[in-house]
Write a protein that binds this ligand. Structure first.
Ligand SMILES: Nc1nc2c(ncn2[C@@H]2O[C@H](COP(=O)(O)OP(=O)(O)OP(=O)(O)O)[C@@H](O)[C@H]2O)c(=O)[nH]1
Ligand SMILES: [Mg+2]
Length: 354
């Protein structure tokens, strides 16, 4: 009798292990298939000449209005009516939705394990919502003040076309609206159009700007901007940088140098924002890793979250890079930048009515 019980127990354990292994293999295969199907090849240079379009709308958007595509991916989860223990079919739907949204394999597996263990006592959408919120618990406070009377510097890094200059323009407007005096440093001297584009944002927002000709040393532009800011008692310098391909060692060296200059008296770098384009999905993660070491990044700005189905990339980025998403871009207009609030974001994906 005892022998029969032991054999039965061993068989149950073996079957459960086989199920979990099979499930994880499927998750990786599904993620790969989705990635291959959905991800466009990343061009060597994403944007050559960027048209400056400083203003479109003066209205601050609600994030939910701009996340229609990302929300669309979660339709099937929102419409699930199951409560309590979930079967394999329901878990399969959740898995596919999370992977499609670019949450990533690791987080998807964690969420599935949780659903398997605890079921969904208040419905599937609520269970997924709570699990996603648990993964977004980073401290995302933004530092605006330097120490010892120095000038605070926010440095912006990222590859071509991700939205660095536009983000600086939007943040300049936000800071000016809050009563700050802002100096923009046109540290992207790679092409003349870059300084021109930043100039337009300066005019639009009322911020001051320091720029130099094409090919000038970005470090001296930042140095001059700090001098100007200190002389005028400005509160903050927002420094743009060039975004040529991240595998160019020159670019990373240049960034380190700009950072050193920006961090020297009278300046102090209080935030280094890495700007990432949400529409590139998991590619954004590989780009980010290349910049991390060179730039001591303190926060992510995730742009173009409007019009992408890959909203879950926010979760993947925080989890895999360990760096908080602090702002999200949801359009091209001056007010289309939102302080990232996990609850508002996750609700806009999973709440029944928006
Ligand atoms: N839809 C949408 N478009 C955005 C957003 N942020 C930036 N863009 C657009 O993306 C394009 C590139 O933006 P830029 O700010 O010039 O990008 P950049 O990183 O400065 O590019 P380089 O200077 O070439 O390195 C522009 O057309 C912007 O209007 C966003 O949040 N949503
Ligand atoms: Mg730019």
């Amino acid at each position: 009798m005892i022998v029969v019980v032991i054999i039965a127990a061993v068989l149950v354990v073996l079957a459960a292990t086989a199920m979990v292994v099979r499930h994880r293999r499927r998750a990786v295969a599904l993620a790969n298939a989705l990635a291959t199907a959905a991800r466009p090849a990343m061009p060597a240079v994403l944007v050559d000449e960027v048209a400056a379009r400083p203003t479109i709308s003066d209205e601050a958007p609600a994030i939910g209005q701009r996340l229609a595509s990302a929300r669309g991916v979660f339709d099937r989860v929102r419409s699930m009516t199951s409560v309590g223990t979930l079967g394999d079919d329901q878990l399969d739907v959740v898995e596919e939705v999370l992977l499609r949204s670019d949450v990533g394999v690791a987080t998807t597996n964690e969420i599935l394990d949780e659903l398997r263990a605890n079921g969904a006592p208040d419905g599937v959408a609520t269970a997924v919502r709570d699990a996603l919120l648990d993964s977004l618990s980073a401290d995302r406070s933004v530092e605006r003040h330097a120490q010892g009377g120095r000038v605070a510097v926010w440095l912006f890094v990222g590859v071509n076309g991700v939205g660095k200059t536009t983000t600086i323009g939007k943040l300049a407007q936000r800071l000016v609206d809050q009563g700050c005096s802002v100096v923009l440093a046109a540290g992207d001297t790679f092409r003349a159009a870059a300084a021109e584009q930043l100039d337009q944002w300066a005019q639009r927002t009322g911020a001051d700007i320091v720029r130099a000709g094409e090919g000038a040393d970005p470090g001296s532009v930042v140095h001059d901007a700090l001098g100007r800011a200190a002389a005028r008692g400005a509160d903050i310098v927002l420094a743009d940088t060039a975004g040529r391909r991240s595998n160019s060692t020159n670019l990373l060296d240049e960034l380190s140098k700009v950072r050193r200059v920006a961090d020297r008296e009278p300046g102090q770098v209080v935030e280094t924002f890495m700007v990432l384009d949400a529409t590139t999905g998991q590619n954004a993660l590989s780009q980010a890793r290349e910049f991390l070491a060179a730039a001591s990044v303190t926060g992510i700005v995730l742009t173009k979250l409007d019009g992408t189905a890959r909203g879950g990339i926010v979760v993947a980025i925080e989890r895999e890079l360990g760096i908080p998403v602090k702002f999200v871009g949801v359009g091209e207009g001056v007010h289309d930048l939102i302080v990232f609030e996990p609850e508002e974001f996750v609700d806009s994906l999973l709440r029944a009515s928006q």
